[in-house]
Design a protein around this ligand. Structure first.
Ligand code: PLP
Length: 458
């Protein structure tokens, strides 16, 4: 990855032709990409034949690993041959879309009434924002439009969903966030709590700070609150146990809709089918994507309760149309693959498997807490984070200019592990099929990468 690419290599052609997301383009021109050529199970291989454990399931998505089972490929092939494209616009429908909508409603963590298909998590959250506007206009409360999400949240990168995202690099020089999208306290006890403040007291303070923001803006102006059950791309932040109970009480008091962003947590990641079940959330809308199709084809869904649906239905009925929809939303091939993916999850009890092996990942990661570089280890189910710290006692992060995160990434690669270092946190979200032995192999390698990074720092 760090060698200068040969002129006609895939790496050189890549540098000449692609602008990469979430990449420093100046460094990329110097180093070129890691060209990943194949995968099997939790492993991927680069063009040099080096093999890596994929500790993040790609981008938190390939629950079934990196080579689709024959039956998934066959379902995609057969759907393409039968009906390669259709759409749900203008009173049309296709059977894979109908079947998948039914399957999602049947497994939803709280009663949901309708599914609206999109292609990405960003689109699902964007759609939620638009529907919430539509809903409040229909209810004759045009001033109830502001939306609250949280600092360090990740909800996507479209103009509106990037505004929900609470990370500086998604706003800086993009002229975001949009007006009317506000951010409240991040529920990260390790950094946010005052000296001696218990997780419960900290959760109460988070709820009080939300209440204070709502009061400052005017409760009649706040339409919705968005939250991931576990914050993923913001650094794998697990809220204190009583956090959501207190937050939901505030939302209820002010008639504020709750959108649960299950894009990472949905489909077994936290040890239950949904993060909503792990944290007892009662949302009005749920956005999901990623593991919905094991990441094999782009697909996302937004579910809504009957009471939200009724208002949208009646307003669109008055206007004569619901003026929203994506050409590829609910693509029949993606829906067919997602349905088969859900069938595989069920038949192989993969959510049960994730719940069974999750404690091994948590225990093995927690063993790293004594390492001199590690400040905090956190996680639940098959999602975990290991935060590097300059100073354990003061919980001081490293100066980003030191490049410790990049050094850790290099050392992880050298030991055959791919994951993402987000700020100072090494994130883990392996495919749900991972075995306890593979968890051990991965964490052993991470421990060696930590040692190498410590030696590099000194
Ligand atoms: N919501 C959450 C919680 C996510 O983690 C992501 C992506 O990582 C998104 C939304 C955006 O999804 P996409 O990248 O498919 O637009």
């Amino acid at each position: 990855m760090t060698q200068v690419p040969r002129p006609n290599s895939a790496a050189a052609r890549d540098v000449r032709s692609q602008l990469h997301p979430y990449t420093n383009p100046v460094l990329h021109e110097q180093s070129g990409p890691m060209v990943v050529t194949r995968g099997d199970g939790v492993w991927v291989e680069d063009e040099r034949g080096d093999r890596y454990i994929e500790g993040l399931a790609g981008l938190w998505c390939t629950a079934l690993g990196f080579s689709a089972e024959e039956r998934l490929a066959r379902v995609a092939y057969e759907q393409m041959r039968r009906l390669s494209f259709y759409h749900p616009f203008g009173h049309k429908a296709h059977v894979p879309g109908i079947d998948l909508a039914e399957a999602l409603l049947a497994m939803a963590p709280v009663p949901m009434s309708k599914v609206f298909f999109c292609n990405s998590g960003s689109e699902a959250n964007d759609t939620a924002i638009k529907f919430i506007r539509f809903y409040n206009n229909a209810l004759g409360r045009p001033e109830k439009k502001k939306i609250i999400s949280r600092l360090k949240a990740y909800h996507g990168v479209t103009v509106a969903s990037a505004s929900l995202t609470g990370l500086p690099n998604n706003h800086r020089d993009f002229d975001l966030p949009l007006a009317g999208i506000l951010h409240t306290t991040c529920p990260h006890h390790y950094h946010g709590a005052a000296e001696g403040e218990s997780p419960d007291a900290f959760a109460s303070r988070c709820a009080e700070e939300l209440e204070a923001l709502i009061q400052a803006e005017g409760p009649d102006t706040i339409a919705a609150f968005f939250a991931e059950p576990v914050m993923g791309a913001g650094g794998v932040i697990v809220p204190p146990p009583t956090y959501f109970e207190k937050i939901q009480a505030v939302l209820k008091r002010h008639d504020i809709l709750f959108v649960a962003d299950e894009v990472i947590c949905g489909f077994g990641r936290t040890g239950n089918p949904w993060g909503c079940q792990t944290f007892d959330l009662k949302p009005d809308m749920i956005a999901c994507a990623k593991q919905l199709s094991s990441g094999y084809l782009p697909l996302a869904a937004l579910m809504m309760t009957e009471s939200v649906y009724e208002v949208i239905r009646d307003n669109a009925g008055r206007i004569g149309i619901l003026g929203h929809g994506y050409t590829y939303g609910g693509h029949p091939v993606a829906c067919a693959v997602a349905l088969e993916t859900l069938a595989i999850y069920r038949e192989r009890d993969l959510f049960g498997h994730a719940a069974a092996v999750g404690p091994r990942l948590q225990a093995r990661l927690r063993d790293l807490a004594d390492h001199p570089l590690v400040g905090e280890v956190r996680g639940v189910g098959l999602i975990g984070g290991v935060e590097l710290s300059r100073d354990k006692a003061s919980r001081q992060p490293f100066d980003p200019a030191q490049g410790v995160g990049a050094a850790m990434t290099r050392h992880l690669h050298a030991h055959g592990v791919i994951t993402r270092v987000i700020g100072d946190t090494v994130a883990f979200s392996p495919p749900l099929i991972i075995t306890e032995e593979e968890i051990d192999t991965m964490v052993d390698r991470v421990a060696r990468a930590l040692d190498d990074t410590l030696a590099w720092c000194r």
